[in-house]
Design a protein around this ligand. Structure first.
Ligand code: ADP
Ligand code: MG
Length: 310
């Protein structure tokens, strides 16, 4: 099977961690041990979140701006693709060496084209950076004229525009690499958002593309059979966080669309995952899965997670 794996930000850096290189290597090693089991039997293209990392890069840039110029968010995104891509690439290479599998691993700096007139530019919803207390969040949002929101009961985060990914610009080369048995890491952090100018050239913009929606575009372009979204919950829930919460096992696109309409999924976290799932699984023969990293293998076997089929 051809599988597009979307690794959640939590698989790389968890909320309570400081984010040292050692911590990130440790988390990536856990992800690598899960992924190698899939790599042995399937063709994979891997994408990943970058929320905490790009938040820290952004912060480093801001704090040091008196000494060296701060980079805009799109450049910070590219830095995070390089940073996380490198760590994943090395970890997966080492797993392949240990399993005596000869397969190249490559990270692609990926640009993703978004619409100049995307409505999200006037209605930001995507959380970026670290979690803060309500008090800190309100202070910063006033100082910097930014929008901050409470995120799924876990704290306050800054939100920026999250335009819809129209096109993975490097899609063709990614497909060629996957088809020649390369293990590809691409579209990290949802890709670097770029808009197409009237003369066809590209320009980076200050926004963050949801990595699951971009992951769905990636799955489309490589012709994947499965879109596997790995996060920190084993399944999608109805009435999430309420006493009557109820987990979803196997369901159809139609059933999931009804639940989406009923408003069960938070914007900026589970919302884009279920949207990506229904977009992908709409075509017959395809499957979208949402589960936690530790259940990746049994989910591919159909024994765990929330499975969405046409
Ligand atoms: P990732 O980095 O994997 O994209 P997110 O934080 O964006 O992680 O999304 C996963 C989170 O979505 C879960 O940790 C959970 O708190 C939240 N969530 C919101 N609504 C739901 C729901 N209906 N079912 C399950 N999880 C939900
Ligand atoms: Mg997310």
């Amino acid at each position: 099977m051809k599988i597009t794996v979307a690794l959640g930000g939590n698989a790389l850096l968890t909320a309570g961690q400081r984010g040292t290189a050692a911590e990130q290597y440790e988390n990536i090693a856990i992800a690598g041990r899960q992924l190698i089991q899939l790599i042995r039997e399937h063709d994979l293209v891997i994408t990943h979140g970058n929320g905490p990392q790009v938040g820290k890069i952004h912060l480093q840039n801001e704090l040091a701006s008196g000494e060296t110029p701060a980079m805009p968010l799109d450049v910070c995104g590219a830095m995070s693709q390089g940073q996380i891509g490198y760590m994943l690439q090395q970890q997966l290479t080492n797993e392949l060496i240990n399993h005596r599998i000869n397969r190249p691993v490559v990270t692609i700096i990926t640009q993703v084209v978004v619409g100049k007139d995307d409505p999200s530019f006037t209605n930001p919803t995507k959380p970026v950076g670290s979690f803060y207390s309500q008090e800190e969040a309100l202070k910063i949002s006033k100082e910097k004229d930014e929008v901050w929101v409470e995120d799924s009961g876990r704290g306050w985060r800054k939100v920026v525009a999250s335009p819809y990914p129209l096109e993975i610009y490097e899609g063709d080369i990614i497909k060629q690499l996957v088809d020649s048995s390369c293990l590809v890491i691409a579209s990290g952090g949802g890709g670097i958002p770029v808009i197409r100018e009237s003369d066809g050239t590209l320009r980076g913009v200050e926004a963050v593309i949801d990595k699951d929606l971009a992951g769905e575009r990636l799955a489309e372009i490589v012709g994947a059979d499965v879109l596997l979204m790995l996060t920190d919950v084993p399944r999608v829930f109805l009435y999430y966080g309420k006493p009557e919460q109820q987990e979803l096992g196997r369901l159809t696109v139609k059933e999931m669309e009804n639940y989406i309409e009923q408003g069960h999924f938070a914007a900026g976290s589970m919302g884009p995952k279920v949207e990506a799932a229904v977009r992908f699984a709409r075509k017959p023969g395809r499957r979208a899965i949402i589960t936690s990293l530790d259940q990746a293998v049994s989910a591919i076997e159909g024994k765990a997670g929330t499975q969405i089929l046409s």
